[in-house]
Design a binder for this molecule. Structure first.
Ligand code: NAD
Length: 493
């Protein structure tokens, strides 16, 4: 693997602390966490977790930056220019950031590059929104004084200091879904990346300050759940935006209610893919393979339950197998790799144990299921066959390259099986019959429905779960409104 010079010099530091007010904190005696390269299991860096005093320091810095010059006074057009500058800087340093992500979480380098491209698109999209936030004039009927008129209107104001807590699977793109709209709305942000992927966020924050983002507008506190908890419990936070597991989302929801802090939650999923007999089976197999095996299945919207019309089951499985046979399992920096390692040894053990447990509960292995006998955290692309949802592989979010395949015999049965879950993040439907497609669109309980394509994000396409997959939406117009509050004004004249 040959790395960019900037990546090498950033990695030479080996020891990292939080980035607050445009500078790195000095080392103290806090807990440290080692970072392992998932491609070979080697430790390549370590970092110190921010304690509650340091979290406090970050929140105060962001609160100061929110209220003072230059951030508080800049015009929307100036904010737009800054967001474009941030996008330019990501473009310039795309390869460095992609390399850091590949090292931190084992993502294949090409997929890491497209993650950064997605973040750039998100910053540019929200740059455009800076100048388009408006309120309404309202013709209200209130009569406060005889003979007087009302001039009533609403205006959108930034919510203030945002705590953005993100997972490890898309460290920069998910951070950009929060950062770009929050900054576009005029907020300031304390970002807490996952303990598995702190370096890419630190590098990005340092880069943004270098190209002119005022100090304190973006602070990065690094650490595990304790650092995250200190942040979500802080009374100086005006909004929490969290992406991660449903379990942690519930804990954060309770913490938010202690201070009545505004909250958005993007949580886990167990998304269905329905394949009808009239579908283009080859395309469906290709899309479903992409949906579940991209990023080694560590994707919140991964279609991990395939419901396949019984009459085409054998053809579909053969087609899926031939897609998987094309995927070389290799390290994150191998340009020919189709499937990389899982993010950590603990996660590999979890995925592996689910494959075993599912078979103990009656599933039969169609292909895959084995760890690779080499350094690093590798497991084969796996498919399991079951006959009903009554199996852990159909109910639990495994978050790995594991697909369960279940037959169905009618549209009604397929939709009922697909909706039979506590989650409601995404879904895909594969059919050439518009009536079946529209029935699924109407009845699937999920924030996303894709017909004849795998789930993919776009800055103008809101994402957000139904049921226990979350509260609120990110991206699109609604994705910036979530960082604003509406003030209603009535002038009596
Ligand atoms: P996680 O919930 O374990 O951790 C997410 C973040 O929360 C990390 O930064 C972690 O340090 C922090 N955290 C942990 N405990 C905390 C606490 N008590 N208080 C505050 N912060 C705390 O999730 P993960 O393993 O990093 O990511 C995988 C999960 O994320 C999966 O469930 C996946 O579906 C979900 N996810 C959802 C989306 C979406 O858009 N809905 C996108 C990506 C990932």
């Amino acid at each position: 693997m040959s790395l960019q010079n900037q990546t090498i010099s950033f990695l030479e530091r080996k020891d990292y602390c939080s980035f607050i007010d445009g500078t790195y904190l000095d080392k103290s005696n806090n807990q440290t966490i080692a970072l392992h390269n998932p491609s070979d299991g080697e430790i390549f860096a370590q970092f110190e977790c921010a304690n509650s005093d340091q979290v406090d320091q970050a929140v105060l810095s962001s609160a100061r930056a929110f209220k003072s010059d230059p951030w508080a006074k800049i015009s929307p057009a100036q904010r737009e220019a800054i967001l474009h500058k941030l996008a330019d800087s990501l473009e310039k340093e795309l390869q460095v950031l992609a390399e850091l992500i590949a090292l931190e979480n084992g993502k294949l380098i090409a997929q890491a590059q497209s993650e950064i491209k997605g973040a750039i698109a998100t910053f540019r999209y929200y740059a455009g929104w800076c100048t388009k936030l408006d309120g309404e004039t309202l013709d209200i009927s209130l009569k406060q004084k005889p003979g007087k008129q009302n001039f009533a209107f609403t205006r959108r104001e930034p919510v203030g200091v945002v705590a953005a807590i993100v997972p490890w699977n898309f460290p920069i793109s998910i951070a950009s879904w929060k950062l770009a709209p929050a900054l576009a709305a005029g907020c300031t942000v304390v970002l807490k990346p996952s303990e598995q992927t702190p370096l890419s966020s630190l590098y990005m924050a340092e880069l943004f300050v270098r190209v002119g983002l005022p100090k304190g507008v973006l602070n990065v506190v690094i650490g595990d759940g304790q650092t995250g908890a200190a942040l979500t419990q802080h009374s100086g936070i005006n909004k929490i935006t969290f992406t991660g597991s449903t379990e942690v989302g519930k804990i954060i929801g309770k913490a938010a209610m202690e201070n009545l802090t505004d909250l958005s939650l993007e949580l886990g999923g167990k998304s269905p893919a329905i394949v009808f007999a009239d579908a283009n089976i080859k395309e469906a197999a290709n899309g479903i393979a992409l949906g579940i095996y991209r990023n080694s299945g560590q994707v919140c919207v991964a279609g991990s339950r395939a419901y396949v019309e019984a009459s085409i089951m054998d053809t579909f499985v053969a087609s899926l197998k031939s897609e998987v046979d094309k995927m070389k399992i290799s390290d994150a920096f191998d340009p020919d790799a189709g499937l990389g390692p899982l993010s950590s040894e603990a996660h590999l053990n979890k995925v592996d144990s689910y494959i075993t447990k599912s078979q103990e509960e009656g599933a039969s292995l169609i292909f895959g299921g084995k760890r690779l006998e080499k350094d690093g955290y590798y497991i084969q692309a796996t498919a399991l066959a079951i006959n009903s949802n009554n199996n852990c592989a159909a109910t639990d979010e495994i978050f790995g390259p594991v697909l369960v395949i279940i037959p169905f015999n009618s549209t009604e049965e397929a939709i009922n099986l697909a909706n039979d879950t506590r989650y409601g993040l995404s879904s895909t439907v594969w059919t050439n019959d518009i009536n079946k497609a529209m029935e699924c669109v109407d009845r699937l309980e999920a924030g996303w429905v894709f017909v004849n394509g795998p789930a993919r994000s776009d800055p103008h396409f809101p994402i957000g779960g139904y049921k226990q997959s979350g509260i609120g939406k990110e991206l699109g117009k609604v994705g910036i409104y979530t960082y604003t509050k509406i003030k209603s004004v009535n002038i009596i004249y």
